[in-house]
Design a binder for this molecule. Structure first.
Ligand code: NAP
Length: 913
């Protein structure tokens, strides 16, 4: 039978407040008084606030005794509440025996170790320092303050190698401790609370770790003991070590984040001398490595210098890190908002120099601050950030960095680069001409360069850095580091935000980008705006939406009776991806691949086509403004045989996304297999058939037939490489095509009325001339073009039409990649034969059919061997629709959800329970 209790709660902190709340849920309990510590400045202990909220009398004493004797007024006030039981959830004060024994049922007290081990004020720390395998807590009947009273209950848990003072407290001692206090009170009310005398066997009384002299780390011990000491003081107050600086002075620091390091000595570290350690410690990429007296190693992740927490790996880099000073008005407004959050927690006015911990904040305040900051500013913040920047001004700096990264709003950041000013299209555009590696524009090794030629006037436009294998290696290393470092810190949703920000910047600069594209690749400006740049922006926006929707499946597998099994898949990024792209849609090819690659969470380097890399470099500049961390995106103009090959050969590149010709695709596939069996997707050449039946809408068929060939000067991978026109309409179709061709405006691609610009570069132009000569030689009828546009400088090729093309002719088989229409006739009574002819190619990229007969159209879609089928339309691609070929046109898709999978790997996890 349970009796009613009148309880005095004596203690402080969130723990005591939670115990109070728990006790108040019980109907047989009345809390008659709460006794706690005095306010610190204007900051009241949370126990006092909680009690006041419940209208419980609160008493705040700075001490209960004076010169070892209980203070009469204090005892008087305590007695006035008439408690039958004292509950001490967490009490830092010395409570006199008059109070301990002052309640008829006595006093029960929480202690964070399994008594009799680790009596004293720092029991949790000592549990770790001593390398105990079990941690736990005791609730005991309080005695004279030396934790020797009889035990009421104990609870325990295994200590994990990853545990620190913080984790063991948060995961076990706090939540289970609060619950157990409730259980203990119930036992008292029921009259069943045991009083088990503590043994002296195994009893210890340990030193208080709040004294600085006890926080000194002894380095003359085994790695394991060093590790245990550091984690026993992590995160408060931290183990003290002394660094011997090169100028002979000493600096006292605190260590955090220790773990045993089994990989042995580091190769690329820098030595750091520590007092009390004969051999130097080593600062390396993963932290600070210390050798224990047993020859084993312990690694330290974070070091506190003064009030600032730094990554140990940054010890020597610190001087290079510049604080932010160029705050925007919006950011300053956020500073005021942040100050009010701090003020609400610390209950004191906030100065630039206010130190969160010095102002009395504890671990629960850290959690609250982080949660409130995440809520208010929608940034990914961790408890660690508070420890890294406990001073208000520094914390605000971190917040601004996170905000700029998240929203991509680091617009103020200006990049230094060598470049040239492109004056065209009534604009002056700064264009970088260096390699973009690890967030900076740099020269290529040995300052190698490529000449970039303007195809409209055949003049050299500029020189661009030309990457070598060594430059590729630098970019891969940067991408690798980012993949395992900064990029991992960016959440999927934040990644999407960065991509959207980048898309906005591309939109904002779309006229600049289209102008560069037009001058560099010969693309007609209006088309460049709509397709080359417009579809690039769409791709970034489309894939941004996927970032936080990448998910696996749960899979019903056979249970392992009598147990059950849960199997699920995770979709994970692959790592560093190489992208190699052609010259026909420079920015669009980049965007199709890179947007999917980045959305999936990879880092990348791209080698754009050597003839027109300028939009890729301008794009690189925008990625910095968008706030992408260094190393996530790298852009390396260079030659395919050199830089491109190095990407395929690199062992740290785990995936290669390639668009280009079939012969190079084959070669690359071999290289990727030999290098490291990297995953490859290949978007290769095509010779796409377009069948035009006599029952079509002829106006439409002519219009789309023209664009199927002449769109983007024929430099279009899905261009219709061969038109099969039904004999009944063949002559009329050809007549109309020629009529339109004769009025096609050919000229400066920047001119808004131009429909047909120059071919991309000279070698390609020459190949087109040869292609036409071969067609004539093989007996096809050249009815239009086949030559340079007369009297014009630049690589202007006259749009061309061949008729009477037989199936075995070279021009019927091979891709021209230029503005050359190849027309063959077929008889409408023999659909089977035209389907067979359409499929008689090793390519299988795209295809098209024009007919009003839905059955014919669907039958065509069934039977054609091509990755893309257009019915009564052509070139209708969309960023949401998967794009890619069959047969020797390659495999793996660009665009759509399928493209995302090209840049993900599937991990299958099986759990028995
Ligand atoms: P390409 O000669 O195959 O070149 C494509 C890219 O590969 C270029 O960046 C090239 O560098 C690089 N490269 C050359 N050799 C390499 C090597 N050994 N290792 C790694 N990279 C190497 O093709 P292209 O002439 O630029 O483009 C035209 C072809 O692309 C056509 O066949 C067209 O059909 C195809 N294409 C296909 C699609 C599609 O989605 N299926 C889309 C567009 C284009 P350089 O710049 O130094 O040559």
């Amino acid at each position: 039978m349970s009796i009613d209790l009148k309880i005095a709660v004596i203690g402080q902190s969130n723990f005591a407040a939670d115990v109070l709340e728990l006790l108040l849920e019980r109907s047989n309990i009345k809390v008659v008084g709460v006794f706690t510590i005095p306010d610190k400045g204007s900051r009241e202990d949370v126990l006092a606030t909680t009690a006041a909220n419940h209208k419980i009398p609160v008493f705040k004493f700075s001490g209960w005794r004076r010169k070892g004797v209980a203070i009469p007024e204090v005892i008087e006030q305590y007695k006035s509440v008439g408690a039958t039981l004292n509950v001490l959830p967490y009490c830092s004060q010395f409570i006199p025996m008059e109070v301990i024994d002052g309640a008829p049922l006595g006093s029960i007290c929480y202690h964070p170790s399994i008594l009799p081990r680790h009596r004293g004020a720092s029991a949790i720390s000592w549990t770790l320092i001593e390398g105990d395998e079990i941690a736990g807590f005791s609730i005991f009947w309080a005695d004279d303050g030396l934790d020797t009273g009889p035990l009421l209950l104990t609870r325990q848990t295994n200590l994990e190698p990853t545990d620190t003072l913080d984790t063991i407290y948060k995961r076990f001692l706090y939540p289970e401790g609060v619950k157990a206090m409730g259980v203990a009170v119930d036992l008292v009310a029921n009259g069943t609370a045991p009083k088990i005398t503590q043994t002296t066997v195994g009893a210890t009384y340990d030193a208080a770790m709040f004294k600085a002299e006890n926080q000194l780390l002894n380095l003359q011990q085994s790695a394991e003991r060093i590790w245990n000491f550091v984690r026993g003081l992590d995160s408060v107050p931290g183990a003290i070590a002394t660094v011997l600086l090169p100028d002979g002075s000493e600096e006292q620091v605190r260590f955090f984040g220790a773990h045993l390091y089994s990989a042995g000595p580091v190769k690329d570290g820098q030595p750091l001398k520590l007092k009390g350690l004969a051999k130097p410690a080593w600062v390396h990429e993963g932290g600070l490595l210390i050798e224990g007296t047993d020859g084993a190693f312990v690694n330290i992740k974070r070091i506190k210098r003064g009030s600032k927490m730094i990554n140990a790996s940054d010890w020597f880099k610190q001087a290079e890190q510049k604080p932010i000073t160029d705050f925007t008005e919006d950011e300053l407004a956020k500073k005021a908002q942040l100050a009010s959050i701090w003020q609400a927690i610390l209950k004191e006015s906030i100065e630039a120099s206010t130190d969160f911990f010095a102002a009395g904040a504890g671990s629960m305040d850290v959690v609250r601050l982080v949660e409130e900051v995440k809520d208010a500013f929608d940034v990914p913040f961790e408890n660690e950030h508070v420890f890294m920047a406990p001073v208000f001004e520094e914390f605000f700096g971190l917040l601004v960095k996170a905000l700029r990264q998240g929203s991509g709003d680091s617009g103020a950041q200006k990049l230094d680069y060598d470049g040239f000013v492109l004056q065209a299209n009534k604009r002056k555009i700064n264009v970088p001409t260096q390699l973009f590696i690890n967030g900076a524009f740099v020269d290529a090794e040995q300052k190698r360069t490529l000449d970039i030629v303007n195809p409209t006037d055949e003049e050299i436009l500029c020189q661009v850095a030309c990457a070598s294998a060594a430059d590729v290696d630098k970019a891969v290393q940067a991408a690798h580091k980012a993949f395992y470092g900064s990029w991992k810190q960016v959440s999927a949703r934040q990644r999407g935000q960065l991509m959207l920000k980048l898309a906005d910047l591309m939109e904002h600069h779309k006229e600049d980008l289209a102008t560069i594209e037009s001058v560099d690749s010969g693309a007609v400006y209006t088309l460049a705006l709509k397709t080359h740049i417009g579809m690039s922006i769409d791709a970034w926006r489309y894939f941004a939406g996927w970032c936080d929707k990448i998910q696996g499946n749960t899979i019903p597998v056979n249970p392992a009776r009598p147990n059950n099994v849960l199997t699920f898949t995770r979709k994970e990024p692959i790592g560093v991806c190489g992208l190699v792209t052609p010259w026909n849609y420079p920015l669009m090819m980049l965007s199709w691949k890179m947007a999917a690659c980045i959305a999936a969470g990879n880092t990348c380097l791209i080698k754009p086509a050597q003839t027109c890399p300028l939009t890729a470099l301008k794009f690189a500049e925008l990625t910095v403004q968008a706030g992408f961390p260094p190393g996530v995106i790298n852009v390396l103009p260079g030659k395919g045989s050199d830089a491109g090959q190095a990407v395929a050969d690199h062992k740290l590149v785990r995936k290669l996304g390639f668009t280009g010709s079939t012969p190079i695709g084959k070669h690359i596939m071999k290289s990727c297999a030999e290098a490291n069996i990297k995953k490859v997707s290949l978007e290769l050449g095509g010779k796409s058939p377009l069948i035009i039946f006599a029952d079509c809408d002829l106006d439409k068929a002519v219009k789309h037939g023209m664009s199927s060939v002449f769109f983007n000067k024929g430099e279009n991978c899905i261009a219709a490489g061969r038109l099969f026109v039904e004999d009944r309409i063949h002559d009329e179709f050809v007549r109309r095509v020629l009529k339109d061709l004769r009025t096609m405006t050919i000229g400066d691609p920047l001119n808004r009325s131009t429909a047909h610009g120059p071919q991309n570069h000279k070698a390609h132009f020459d190949k087109l001339l040869e292609f036409c000569q071969r067609g004539v030689k093989d007996g096809a009828t050249l009815v239009y073009g086949g030559c340079r546009v007369p009297n014009m400088k630049g690589y202007f090729f006259t749009p061309t039409v061949f008729t009477n093309v037989e199936d075995d002719m070279y021009i019927a088989q091979e891709e021209s990649f230029g503005p050359i229409m190849i027309i063959s006739k077929f008889n409408g009574s023999d659909v089977d034969s035209v389907m067979e002819r359409a499929n008689r190619t090793e390519y299988g990229l795209a295809s098209g059919v024009f007919t009003k007969d839905i059955s014919k159209a669907l039958s065509f879609a069934d039977r054609i061997e091509a990755g893309t089928v257009f019915v009564n339309v052509y070139n209708k691609t969309d960023v949401a629709a998967p794009f890619g070929g069959f047969k020797q046109s390659g495999y793996g898709k660009d665009l759509g959800q399928e493209a995302l999978n090209e840049y993900l790997k599937t991990k299958c996890v099986t759990i028995e329970y």
